[in-house]
Design a binder for this molecule. Structure first.
Ligand SMILES: [Zn+2]
Length: 292
């Protein structure tokens, strides 16, 4: 059923991307005018301080369910359907974004690597098994490498990915990184417990996958003073939390900001938060803009 719904959700976007807003043929649904308006608006202007860089980092949790509920409460905002994920990736590709891993951002912030034009990072938290079943094949189809933050103690349990699956994703170029061992709120944990989570999970990733994790995602995006020192001592070069926009500050490499992709919101809301949009590209031809 899931795959059947894809063409219907993708159709308006594909129509917009292939024809622009002006080229709607008789009998076809019109493209989303809000999407076009945000897509073809001028890029936002940021007053960056010295050393600050623009790198949007998107945060996903569940992928591929139609709805998500727990204890009678809707958690659908944490779920992005397969069709929506595909529409997002298609759009990012058409906008000229170049996906990078969080580890690559770390190297760039340290001056050891140069990022491509219009960099963006896609991150998936917690290790849910749909990330392998649904997101991984889509990412592969688009040739996109992403970062998967897993809580190592959950791997292999029902509803979570297995080590074999993570190894397959690692071999396909995905970054497998740490989200602690047991998804503990580190803002509430003392240094001893935080160290077990931070260093312990890194050891497990090394042992099970042979990777030296450089990236960490705070469970619940919970942060407190003292955690960067522990992360650095354990061998991490970068950590991500929540909190919003695409402006990243090198001196805060142990709390890079991420944008949550809210599964209940339409595509234009994601576009409205991106630093680079479609103005000047074939998606927004002058005659189409003039017709608005
Ligand atoms: Zn989490």
């Amino acid at each position: 059923m899931r795959s059947l719904s894809v063409p219907f959700v993708l159709f308006p976007l594909v129509l917009l991307l292939t024809t622009g807003a002006g080229g709607v043929a008789a009998g076809e649904p019109p493209p989303d005018p809000l999407l076009h308006r945000h897509l073809c608006a001028p890029d936002p202007v940021y007053s960056l301080k010295e050393g600050e860089v623009l790198i949007p980092i998107l945060m996903y949790h569940f992928v591929g369910r139609e709805t998500l509920e727990r204890d009678g409460h809707s958690l659908s905002r944490f779920n992005v359907t397969a069709a929506d994920l595909e529409a997002q990736l298609l759009l990012l590709q058409r906008l000229g974004y170049h996906p990078v891993t969080v580890g690559e951002i770390a190297a760039a912030l340290e001056g050891k690597a140069t990022l491509p034009d219009r960099p963006i990072a896609l991150t998936f938290d917690d290790g849910w098994r749909e990330q392998y079943d649904v997101a991984f094949p889509i990412l592969r189809r688009y040739g996109i490498r992403a970062t998967f933050f897993v809580s190592t103690s959950f791997i292999g349990y029902p509803r979570f990915m297995t080590w074999e699956e993570l190894a397959e994703m690692r071999d396909a170029g995905m970054e497998i990184a740490s989200h602690g061992r047991k998804h503990v709120d580190l803002a509430e944990a003392d240094d001893r417990e935080a160290w077990r989570e931070i260093a312990g999970s890194r050891e497990v990733l090394e042992e099970k996958l042979g990777v030296s994790a450089v990236s960490f995602a705070y469970p619940y995006n919970a942060y407190r003073k003292g955690l960067p020192a522990l992360l650095e001592r354990a061998g991490y070069q970068v950590a991500v939390g929540g909190g919003g926009g695409p402006v990243q500050r090198p001196e805060r490499r142990y709390y890079l900001r991420r944008m949550e992709v809210n599964g209940l919101q339409p595509l234009w809301t994601l576009v409205s938060r991106l630093p680079w949009r479609g103005a000047g590209t074939s998606l927004c031809l002058p005659e189409v803009e003039g017709a608005q």
